[in-house]
Design a protein. Structure first.
Length: 174
């Protein structure tokens, strides 16, 4: 999938600001990920319906987010049962919540590009077969190798935290 424009933008601001352009969120995602200092949380649903949230490091590539997880982690087990999930992130000037689905990818070209992106961001990831490995990762990722997931979103909510203020919901064609 490639970067895409929203099919719909709805102004949610209650204070009179206009809708935020999607480029505000898009450009921040592209510029700020996969920096380790950018707080980003994956929300999944357990098989019994209870929510689960975990911090992940993500990489923005051609309109989708990629993140890693060990196959035995709660988030990976949740995604195996139900790929619907959210990603919440605080970027410079805008808070975002993205709704979509995540699926494991084993495409060697994508693995190589994402590993390179992670290295540029400071995490020394390498391709190891159909997964990624590195000398270290977050405790919540489980032991290596880590599976790579592609998060494709269909809805995004943005709230500006600096001028121009505003709040917008964007919907995207799948």
């Amino acid at each position: 999938m490639t970067d895409r424009d929203p099919a719909e933008a709805v102004n949610l601001d209650i204070y009179g600001s206009g809708p935020l352009p999607w480029s505000t969120a898009h450009d921040r995602l592209a510029a700020e990920l996969p920096r380790a200092d950018v707080p980003l949380f994956l929300g999944t649903v357990r098989p019994d319906g209870r929510p689960h949230s975990a911090a992940v490091g993500a990489y923005w590539l051609e309109g989708d987010l990629y993140f890693t997880s060990g196959p035995g982690t709660r988030k990976a087990r949740n995604l195996a049962a139900n790929p619907a999930c959210t990603i919440s992130v605080r970027l410079t000037g805008v808070d975002l919540v993205l709704e979509g689905e995540a699926a494991r990818t084993v495409d060697s070209g994508i693995l190589a590009r994402v590993a390179a992106g992670y290295r540029e961001g400071g995490w020394p990831a390498e391709v190891d077969g159909d997964a990624l490995t590195a000398p270290y990762s977050a405790q919540s990722a489980g032991p290596p190798p880590w599976h790579l997931y592609r998060f494709t979103f269909h809805t995004a909510f943005g709230v500006a935290t600096s001028e121009p203020f505003g709040a917008t919901r964007w919907r995207f064609d799948r």
